[in-house]
Design a protein around this ligand. Sequence first.
Ligand SMILES: CC(C)(CO)[C@@H](O)C(=O)NCCC(=O)O
Ligand code: NA
Length: 616
Amino acid sequence: MDPSRQKHFSVVDYVIFAVLLAASAGIGLYYALSGGRQRTTQEFLLADRSMRCLPVSLSLIASFQSAVAIIGVPAEIYTHGTQYWFMGCAYVLGLLIPAHVFIPVLYRLRLSSAYQYLELRFSKAVRVCGTLTFIFQMVVYMGVCVYTPAFALNAVTGFELWGTVLVTGLVCTLYTTVGGLKAVIWTDVFQTAVMFAGQLAVIVVGVQRAGGVSEVWRKVLEGNRISGLDLNPDPTERHTFWTLGVGGVFLMLSLYGVNQAQVQRYLSSRTERDAVRSCYMVFPSLQLALALSCIMGLVMFAQYCGEDHADKLKSSSRDAMVIYFVMDMLQGLPGLPGLFVACLFSAALSTISSAFNSLATVTMEDLIKPQFPSMSEARATLVSKALASSYGLLCLAMAYLTHLMGDSVLQVALKIFGMVGGPILGVFCLGMFFPCANSTGAVTGLGAGLLMAFWVGIGSIVTRSSKTELLAPSCHFVLESENTTSALQTTFRNITRPSGLRRFYSLSYMWYSGFSCFTVILTGLIISFLTGPMKEEDVTPGTIYPLGEKLLCFLPECVQKKLCCVTQPLSEEERLPPQHKDCNGLSCGHPPSSQEETEGLSSQPCCHNVEQETAV
Ligand SMILES: CC(C)(CO)[C@@H](O)C(=O)NCCC(=O)O
Ligand code: NA
């Protein structure tokens, strides 16, 4: 890069950045020295199950909102328009389902790790497979998270790339290792605030420099960046309402429903109601985060009108351009570039710390403790700390791998979530919704899901190199070509519509979660039936979510009665105690039962948590 274009940091900027790192480390030390001083695994890994809903909810957003989203979403909007914003639709079901399906089941089992559920429901083998899959997912994802802010900053300001990676990794390892989950959650709260502040600052200054809100709006309209609802059902279209709004629900479920990082936060809540409430509180904040990053992309477009600034950067990546834009805007305003860098690193740190702590938890609870059941609490805590710090070092190594990949970082992260998170979601769904699924089915299903996901994922990477991407036009030639563009796109699509395997490989990455989840469920059910389905009385009480009954609650009485007759052999209706038969004034229509003494969630009434639901 031309050194004269390099963006420089003033003293105030360095101070702000240093304050972020120092404050995070400070919070870690505070929790290392207060409370129970992190001497038990209950405290280190589960915050003594004492957290209230506000910190938990802010921490829930922070877990998967990293610099990848802060840089990647504006880059996506700048290049392809606002279609990605429809992701916000997926947040509705993507948070309601975890709150009312996954949290009740997992919380009531008083687990320490999400994958313990898999042993209770299936067997030890399924638990170990689930844990290993999760470890793989988080380790790869962590690499992207540490690498992204360091890379972007390096491309624009000349900050030493590997130095930045090292500092991020080490600070984070430090406070995670000494302060445990309490430190992770409270640093998340602080870091989420810094993250929002940084994004807001860029938008306010950017709008002002671009000539006001109306001017920004005029330019993005001219540049064709405001996308309407795209209802094209083609599953190979990268972003449409269906891929984002429906495929996105599976992505959200795999993150907010069954991912250890999030489940651990639900489990650390004081009560189940706090856990559910915090899940609800994630919704507005997540919408705000999405809106801020989308608006940043639009402001950036208004400023540059789709020009390519690659000549001024070491890299041609759109991700680096976002940082270039920010530094360009904030130049000459002391403190603001520092605030934005702090925002990026806050986002990254909060994600990496969640990853370290959740990885330490599963390694301890799922892999080590079962092998050494007599291990003392002090020793277990020491080992957990050692684990948290060794994952810290591993993450530095993974950052190097990401360095070698080179793709839009947002796409890489969402692909990892889909390819690896989707199959894990599938196993949990298989366990919770299908009492007949057995352990062999679950293991085979998980394997099949991973296989299919990697097949399509790797296939898409291999075939991508030959695919040309048609970008939305910049505002320079858009005035005359606004209508021709869509015609052009249609023709382009028709000419290049791939066939056979290539068509399979071009499946939108937003469908990866849903696709692999269904593969797991389908394979799991088929294998379970072939190898002898699980008998209902063998299923651990409380591990099944009575999906059929819950759905029946919403149907008219006569329909329920009919369905109950049809589904009787498989469903759990018969186990329902008669005193619970009233759901929201609607009779569930269950036949009287003789097996009323069954315990656990599988025998819970249709609307057992009506009280909680209305209270939220
Ligand atoms: C995962 C969602 C969709 C919701 O939390 C969003 O935060 C996102 O797009 N994250 C990208 C990955 C990352 O920021 O690391
Ligand atoms: Na984060």
